[in-house]
Design a protein around this ligand. Sequence first.
Ligand code: HEM
Length: 414
Amino acid sequence: MTTDSQTLSDGSSMSLPGHVPSELVTDYRYGQEPGFADDPQGEFARRLLGPRVIYAENPQHDGRPGWMITRYEDVRAVFQDGETFSSKAGANFQGFIGETWDMIPLELDGERHQKYRILLNPLFSPGKVNAMEQGVRELAISLIEAFEAKGECEFLEDFARPYPISIFLKLMDLPLDMRTTFLAWEYQVLHATDMDVRRDGLKKIINYLRVAIEDRRKNLGDDLISFAIKARIDGEPISEDDIMGVVFMLYIGGLDTVVASLGFMFKYLADNPDQRRKLVENPALIPDAIDEMLRAFSTVNSSRLVTRDIEFAGVQMKAGDRVFLGTIAANRDPLEFPDPETVNFERPVNRHLTFAAGPHRCIGSHLARRELKIALEEWLKRIPDFAIKPGAKMPAHAGGVWGIENLPLYWPAK
Ligand code: HEM
């Protein structure tokens, strides 16, 4: 592959594959521009309202350049074409510490991916989620009741973080008193900037899960780890590495995403009392409101690896190129969503891509929606009026999952 050199706005240079037109190259580094901290999704979407594709130096903050797809239709098309766009370009956290297994099913392609989806889909079906409803509701109520009378809380610390991790620990039948430790490790992996700190967190999680899987072999139950140990693919037991890949994927996939979505939703509802009132007066609107907030405040951009030379969205892409899907911008594409910046709980058509589309569409979407619905229902019943503490700063961060760091709320104490 031939390479050219391109000078960037900060004076540094970037080596550019020969097939990348220089007019599409940008050194746009999302997350660092003024305005991002307060309105990350809006800022990102407005910046990308231009060409259908750009070529960016460091689109995923991991030092690797790639194409960045900005439009709704194109992002959906990439998600749906797993043959041309491989999922082998994923986060690969485990690779940071030299582990060679895949996160399953996220980093698999084709038939192997399909076999794992057939195996795992039933675990997260609407019926299975119905069966979890009562436990999740009791958990939400107990978390809220722990601070309700105080008239204030740090929403992320006191509710959004402990909520999904408790559900995960229950699904895995791991001890609930590991909650704080698990959260601390997860925080190290997903939020630290120092690579040594991230590696340390990863090692601790993986070592813990490895021992838990080994112990479970001697004491099988109804939990997900036991399910993976007992499962067969093509008549064969799943390898040690693949069990690890499944359990680790659920840990990484189902926690921070829910925390971040709760953070953005409650910030929006605290800031917009009229919208909040609509949900208090008409709780039947909550499911549509959740989907609309998932659209407007989405948290995950995906990436793929091109498997063959193709023309896509008017540019030549070569096998091996990385493609970064600007899902968060696509969810605010005016060609798909009229008046995209308005949060309209009664939006007539809302085919958002927050849970992706195609073969890798989020396996946990039913559970995630239910967790969010129960959280809103139980919260609004008890705390219908709440606001952000005056003077509070809630800077948003970019990264694998976009989110806010803190959300101090208060309400009239009882
Ligand atoms: C609001 C919360 C959530 C959001 C926004 C979200 C988002 C996503 C997205 C965008 C993908 C596709 C990634 C890609 O292909 O590049 C995905 C896949 C996945 N998610 Fe979620 N997710 C959420 C909650 C959950 C939960 C609660 C679980 C677990 C119970 C979960 C488990 C998974 C798994 C296992 C995959 C991989 C599916 C596959 O590759 O076939 N997610 N999620």
